[in-house]
Design a protein around this ligand. Structure first.
Ligand SMILES: [Fe+2]
Length: 261
């Protein structure tokens, strides 16, 4: 499978690198020192004290917030938007005790992008939820995130590129790396059948270039989430977890960037 990356390396955030990541020409962007050590410690403390839920995937991943993926297909869209205010309230309890990484990411993106950047909106239904806090030490299986395939009935289904960003407040002494495979997800979609995007078979990434990045506390890393990606587990160390927050960033037809989770 031919890769499209000109460099399997991390780049600094700029207008050119952001465009290149959206177009899947580079592997990753890192924003080092996105938060201070004190902000990281406060965020990790607040996350641990937060209202954790668990995704319907194996292995389980503890989280605060809500995932549009869980509503994507067989439920009315209004169900998703009805749950956004309560999820925002759960996240606000964490950010009030630390800082707001979602707002800070929007500031960083808006400083380099030449079109509007903000939380996604659904006509007549309101804003999306953006910013899932995750406490995961056990890894996440190979999957891809791309709304035009996962959620065609939503406004975010009109994007032409999707990134994921993650801020790391606490990292693991070993393990927890993310590996991104340069093999953009392009499944055959049968009418009315939910495409499998999680626990993808290894064949979809066989032979593709890959890039692995470390979840260094204090940093934000962005990658193109249409590329299948996976997170390695690590040996359990009492009191240490991979704690972070992230969301998606999509490029709409008018080139504005919208965030959701
Ligand atoms: Fe993902």
């Amino acid at each position: 499978m031919a890769g499209t990356w000109t460099a399997a390396a991390e780049h600094a955030l700029s207008r050119a690198s952001l465009a290149a990541l959206l177009d899947n020409r580079i592997a990753a962007i890192r924003i080092p020192g996105f938060a201070t050590p004190a902000e990281c410690a406060a965020f990790a403390r607040a996350a641990r004290a937060g209202d954790l839920k668990y995704y319907s995937v194996e292995p389980p991943v503890g989280y605060i917030g809500m995932a549009q993926y869980e509503y994507r297909w067989d439920r009315p869209k209004a169900d998703y938007f009805a749950d956004v205010p309560a999820a925002n309230a759960r996240l606000a309890r964490v950010t009030a005790a630390s800082f707001d990484p979602v707002a800070r990411v929007i500031e960083h993106l808006a400083a380099v992008w030449d079109a509007p950047v903000g939380i996604g909106r659904e006509e007549g239904l309101g804003e999306y939820y953006a910013g899932i806090v995750r406490i995961a030490s056990q890894g996440i299986a190979l999957h891809a995130d791309f709304a035009p395939i996962n959620s065609p009935a939503y406004a975010i289904g009109r994007i032409d590129a999707q990134l994921g960003w993650n801020f790391f407040a606490e990292d693991l002494p070993e393990g927890g790396e993310t590996t991104v495979h340069n093999a953009p997800w392009n499944p055959v979609v049968a009418a009315g059948v939910i495409p499998q995007s999680y626990n993808l078979p290894r064949e979809v990434v066989a032979g593709a270039p890959s890039f692995t990045y470390a979840p260094t506390a204090g940093d934000v890393v962005l990658f193109n989430s249409r590329n299948p990606h996976e997170i390695a587990g690590g040996p359990r160390v009492p009191g240490r977890d991979r704690i972070g927050i992230g969301s998606f960033i999509g490029r709409m037809p008018d080139r504005s960037l919208v965030l959701w989770s």
